[in-house]
Design a binder for this molecule. Structure first.
Ligand code: UT7
Length: 325
């Protein structure tokens, strides 16, 4: 049976120039490089310049994804994204960017699911492309998490960084089997009873300020390992694949110990796991496309490979997507 799938035809990413090492942080907050590396795997993070809005990161990543794909600026380019843009609450970030990234588009909007934003946005874009409602979608994860940090709180400020990643999705015809190219299955989850484990303590209707990110780290950690594994298993079932079929695991890069814990639960071969957390830290919705782009560019992920992505973040939200490149 012939089916339309949405396939990744371009991948791109962008990191701000400024690098902040663990030793840089230890000069003004009570932490050490040893603690951060041992507990998280993080060695450095990128930080946007004071006058560099999230939209700049998003545009750079989008242009690189479009250059790498078959999409060369056709007239119909729906645009969906997951991100934080601390510059304005309105208009939504997604509406700034298409004009900078190319010709006018059909529609553009933001998707806010915090660190799970890319997985959620990919499933939304898949809905448009695979149903024939869009000929091309650009999914961008762009974040300036460093603007939400309380730089006196060592339990959070060492964990996050800035960056952006993007993929181009276009329709391809398949046979309705796991051998098809494109998005094969996904599982999305949310638990609104756990909002207080990871949130920002500001906003227009509360303090009238931007606020700072607050997190009960070890509770989020425990939730992540157990529940991500369940969502990955559900996404594999939806895609009609076994975990052993997976060529590359591209997880959200929050903490190397979480990634290892999930991998161990699933029985994943460590050599199949793409890790960028050491260099990027946690870039929230940008972390998966940043990791994907890293592994595509260095030649590990090739056309035809089966890729499994997963993420978990504020909400709490979490989810997983299986796709063939
Ligand atoms: O992407 C969204 C999802 N977010 C996450 O996935 C993050 C999930 N959580 C984590 O990654 C980990 O829980 C953390 C990295 C945040 C913390 O690691 P942990 O092993 O869970 O440590 P902990 O919170 O249990 O704290 C252990 C100790 C505490 O000291 P005491 O009370 O034992 O004396 C903390 O005060 O480590 C201390 N600590 C630090 N020490 C040095 C916490 N942060 C730091 C720090 N440097 N930066």
């Amino acid at each position: 049976m012939s089916v339309t799938r949405s396939a990744v035809t371009g991948v791109g990413s962008y990191l701000p120039e400024n690098i902040v090492t663990n030793d840089d942080l230890s000069k003004f907050v009570d932490t050490t490089d040893e603690w951060i590396v041992e507990r998280t795997g993080i060695r450095q993070r990128h930080k946007a310049a004071d006058d560099q809005p999230t939209s700049d990161l998003a545009v750079q990543a989008a242009l690189r994804a479009l250059e790498g794909g078959r999409a060369h600026g056709g007239g119909h380019r729906p645009h969906r994204r997951g991100h934080h843009d601390p510059r304005h609450d309105l208009p939504v970030g997604g509406l700034h960017r298409p004009a900078q990234a190319g010709p006018p588009v059909c529609n553009a909007f933001d998707i806010q699911a915090v660190c799970s934003g890319f997985v959620y946005a990919l499933s939304v874009a898949d809905g448009f492309v695979a149903r024939g409602l869009a000929r091309c979608a650009l999914v961008i994860g762009a974040e300036e998490m460093t603007r939400l940090m309380d730089w006196t709180d060592r339990s959070t400020c060492v964990l996050f960084g800035d960056g952006a990643g993007a993929v181009v999705l276009e329709p391809v015809e398949g046979q309705g089997t796991p051998a098809d190219r494109g998005v094969l299955g996904f599982a999305l989850r949310c638990d609104g009873n756990k909002t207080d484990l990871l949130y920002v303590d500001g906003g227009p209707a509360s303090t009238g300020t931007v606020g700072h990110l607050r997190m009960a780290g070890n509770q989020v950690f425990r939730h992540a390992v157990v529940n991500i594994a369940e969502a990955v298993t559900a996404a594999c079932e939806a895609a009609n694949i076994q975990i052993s079929d997976v060529d590359w695991f591209v997880p959200h890069q929050a903490n190397q110990r979480i990634i290892k814990g999930v991998g161990d639960r699933l029985g994943l071969d460590e050599d199949k796991v793409i890790l960028t957390v050491a260099d990027h830290a946690n870039t929230s919705a940008a972390s998966i496309p940043l990791a994907l782009d890293t592994a595509v560019k260095d030649g590990r992920i090739k056309p035809g490979d089966l890729v499994l992505m997963e993420a978990m973040g504020g909400g709490l939200t979490w989810g997983a997507v299986a796709l063939r490149m």
